[in-house]
Design a protein around this ligand. Structure first.
Ligand SMILES: C[S@@+](CC[C@H](N)C(=O)[O-])C[C@H]1O[C@@H](n2cnc3c(N)ncnc32)[C@H](O)[C@@H]1O
Length: 323
């Protein structure tokens, strides 16, 4: 699980986002002359820049649904000219910025960037007091505060227990329900206090802030992050040329499971243990470059603690599925 939310306290102007598994991702995308890539999660442009620098004529189209990412993309547009294009677009709609069989490589580096964590007004960090927003795209959807005030108990349980993987989910959900209408769920710090009080002391010094898991689960719920990746993967696959590579870096086990199952399905492998289809019923449109996910080295985790739960999976397309 990515618990970066707990770690970030830094003046926004000093913030930098260190790209995770950069060398591994670039190698997996097989850079070479005249390649065209789609980076579905521009963030601070770390991977995009790496791809643009991988050869002198590499072209990259990058997407991000956070309007501030567009501002961070401007210097790259100046520097790389027509080789780079940024689209202010959610990756679930990537087919609006691409055509079938267009790219040699498609990359997803999921989750949020250090820029988003560090900007108090985005409401992702419980260390910076601000309205509890947490929307990746603040122009649409429901803020985390509204979700906590109005969601059904079932939706709260899904967010806290399933997406947040919080062991004390029952206490947390009850505390959220009790805090409704008091104003405490409106701001990051007070909402985090509601959660911390509900969890109480576990006896040991906590490795992370007690609200970390709940905040992560609520972020995943309000942004529909799992649904988004499930919708985007088949579109990304269609956008690849035959022989092109799909590379996905995930930070959450549920996200990684969706990626793993999709890749296995495309490669004609059983998706899970109960998958009873015979080998003849399964069609291979792709090759898995490895059955195991790539993890960051100990040195990378030391350098960048955000990377510690990263899992990278790679698939090479061999044929276009008939849909
Ligand atoms: C971990 S950051 C990417 C960092 C980037 N690879 C770099 O090296 O700077 C993830 C980015 O994906 C964006 N994002 C998350 N979900 C998205 C979606 N559904 N559509 C478009 N962008 C999304 C976030 O706004 C964030 O900027």
């Amino acid at each position: 699980m990515f618990c970066g939310t707990a770690e970030f306290v830094c003046a926004p102007s000093k913030v930098r986002h260190i790209p995770v598994l950069l060398d591994e991702a670039l190698e997996a995308l097989a850079p070479g002359p005249s390649k065209r890539y789609l980076d579905c999660t521009f963030g601070g442009g770390g991977h995009t820049r790496g791809l643009l620098d991988s050869s002198e004529d590499a072209e990259v189209v990058s997407l991000d649904c956070d309007p501030d990412a567009g501002t961070r993309a401007e210097p790259l547009a100046e520097e790389y000219g027509e080789r780079f294009r940024f689209c202010d677009l959610s990756f679930q709609r990537l087919d609006e910025a691409s055509s079938e069989g267009e790219f040699d490589g498609v990359l997803f580096d999921l989750g949020i960037s250090s820029f988003q964590l560090a900007e108090a007004e985005k409401g992702f960090s419980f260390r910076l007091d601000a309205p509890l927003d947490m929307r990746l795209n603040p122009r649409e959807g429901q803020s985390a505060a509204d979700f906590m005030e109005t969601a059904t108990r079932e939706s709260l349980v899904r967010a806290v227990r399933e997406y947040g993987e919080e062991r004390r989910w029952n206490r947390v959900v009850n505390a959220i329900l009790d805090a409704r209408g008091t104003g405490k769920l409106q701001r990051t710090v007070s909402a985090a206090e509601v959660v911390s009080r509900a969890i109480g002391h576990t006896g040991r010094k906590p490795r992370m802030h007690p609200a970390t898991k709940t905040f992560q689960g609520i972020r995943i719920a309000i942004n529909g992050e799992l649904e988004a990746i499930a919708v985007a993967l088949p579109k990304a696959f269609r956008a690849l040329k035959s022989g092109g590579f799909l590379v996905v870096i995930a930070f959450h086990s549920l996200e990684d499971r969706i990626v793993k199952r999709f890749m296995r399905r495309m490669a004609g492998r059983p998706e899970h243990r109960r998958d009873s289809r015979s080998i003849h019923e399964r069609v291979a449109y792709a090759k898995l470059t490895s059955t195991k996910a790539v993890k960051p080295t100990a040195e990378e985790v030391e350098r960048n603690t955000r990377s510690r739960s990263a899992r990278m999976r790679v698939l090479q397309k061999v044929a276009q599925p008939e849909l």
